[in-house]
Design a protein around this ligand. Sequence first.
Ligand code: PXP
Length: 241
Amino acid sequence: MTNLLINVDHIATLRNARRETFPDPIHAAVLCEVAGADGIVFHLREDRRHITERDVRLLKEVVKGKLDFELSTNEEIVSICCDIQPELATLVPERREEVTTEGGLDILSNRARLEQVVTKVLEAGVREVAIFVDPVTEQIKAAADVGANCIELHTGDFSNATLPENRERLASVLADAAEAGHELGLAVHAGHGLDYRNYHLFKRTVPHVEEVSIGFAVIAQSVLVGIEQAVRDMRLIVKGY
Ligand code: PXP
């Protein structure tokens, strides 16, 4: 059964847009869990554009399910992650100019640094360390080589595909990648751009997915139907109940 983790960054984006104290991502996280989310995801960016250190501390206190801390390899952020001790740390690429994460980490070109960071986070006591990767076998093998015990497959290309034949082809690329990760003994997670429509094909096609991380689709829907309803509707699609 795939677990549904909800990313609350966009609640913080809305709060920060008016330099306000609301909506509060902590409040949102509680409502997501009440509505059946299996956990909460956040990305503490180097520029703190949405989630802040105050949010991180409070999320650690209030989240009852799994807490997934997304981070770059920036020294300061890695230290904060080691202090916070989330259940899961997911390493992602980060560029200040990007609107959102644009692709998987290029592990092949950053092996030494990633190995250092993965080792540091595992040694600090974080049990699961994932690397966000494109569905490319060499990158998945490299994730295992640098010591990660999970991968999060980047589903952005699949999610953005508009032609049905492209969508199906990209779903089968993800399926092969999930198979490769599973064969290597890695836990397979997935995320980026998954939504109420494209999830059906993803679910039918891609095996071994233990966890999905969904943010924008659910938070955007919550503006219209309320966050609990938005989470319940996504949960029904992901888990079937
Ligand atoms: N996984 C990772 C690694 C991400 O960076 C993001 C975006 O913050 C997501 C999942 C969620 O993507 P979306 O907001 O498109 O659902």
